[in-house]
Design a protein. Structure first.
Length: 276
């Protein structure tokens, strides 16, 4: 198992320390992008995710994308709105034109509940992007998805309720990547190239030196990652957010209390030593 095989970096053309080592690359289509075709052709060993925005989609864009169909190392990413008509129903003419232009496609929309997941799966994408509540049901989501891959944003604390406590939001620490690895096809990251490089290094090595709010976007509390138990990720994976259905689980509260105790006695858990 090589973690970096599933780490996906956003590449905007700027210099990056790690983008050449990443096995998955996320790029965004722009009409003025002259090197798009060359980039995909010369990176056959990587999996490229080509995202196109609604405002950039036109006949010229469709033509350029169709010419890339000769290569099988890329997946088209688009918003669901791009295939819907004014009544919010699937426009078969638009959708078929897009499907005919690529070998694989998926939607950029983040899926946070079972109903939306079923709708997206009915469109036969190669992968889906999971967020919020479903992040705590990944083993079940994988069963439902079957051969459809599951992508997650690792470095962002995600919740349908923005003000919920940080530990109750969905995110993945570098220390827990191996726990989630069997269930996902890709770990995505939000942020500029500097953040992308930091994430690649931290998630590839499997640990973070310090406060989670400095790594996880939207983690609005101070908590040293080195003070959470080694089994934290495994507990989270099986959590299913039982607390919101009336369970007296209190796992997150217990984890925070554990971390606060270690802080009082000035101790940390050396995850690197445990892994070695």
């Amino acid at each position: 198992m090589e973690i970096k095989e599933k780490i996906c970096l956003l590449y905007d053309g700027a210099d990056s320390d790690f983008v050449h080592d990443a096995h998955q690359i996320h790029i965004i289509y722009h009409a003025e992008s002259k090197n798009l075709e060359k980039f995909i052709e010369t990176n056959q060993e990587k999996q490229i995710y080509l995202e196109i925005h609604f405002d950039d989609f036109n006949e010229e864009a469709l033509k350029r994308i169709r010419e890339l169909k000769q290569f099988d190392n890329w997946t088209l990413q688009l918003p669901v709105d791009m295939i819907l008509d004014d009544k919010r129903l699937v426009d078969d003419i638009k959708f078929n034109a897009i499907k005919d232009s690529c070998n694989k496609y998926m939607f950029t929309d983040l899926v946070g509940n079972w109903e939306v997941l079923q709708f997206i799966l009915a469109l036969n994408p190669s992968e889906v992007r999971i967020t919020n509540m479903l992040g705590f049901y990944l083993p079940d989501v994988k069963k439902v998805c079957g051969d459809v891959g599951i992508r997650v944003i690792a470095n962002q604390a995600q919740s349908a309720w923005e003000s919920s406590p940080a530990l109750t939001k969905f995110f993945i620490r570098p220390e827990d990547v191996t726990v989630y690895y069997p269930y996902v096809s890709g770990f995505d990251f939000v942020g500029d190239m500097v953040i992308q490089d930091v994430c690649f290094k931290a998630y590839n090595r499997g640990y973070w030196f310090g406060d989670l709010k400095e790594l996880i976007i939207g983690f609005n509390e101070s908590l040293d990652s080195r003070r959470l138990p080694p089994d934290y990720g495994r507990y989270r994976l099986m959590c299913k957010k039982r607390c919101i259905t009336g369970s007296d689980c209190h796992l997150c509260k217990a984890m925070r209390s554990f971390a606060e105790h270690l802080e009082k006695v000035d101790r940390i858990i050396d995850v690197k030593k445990l892994n070695d």
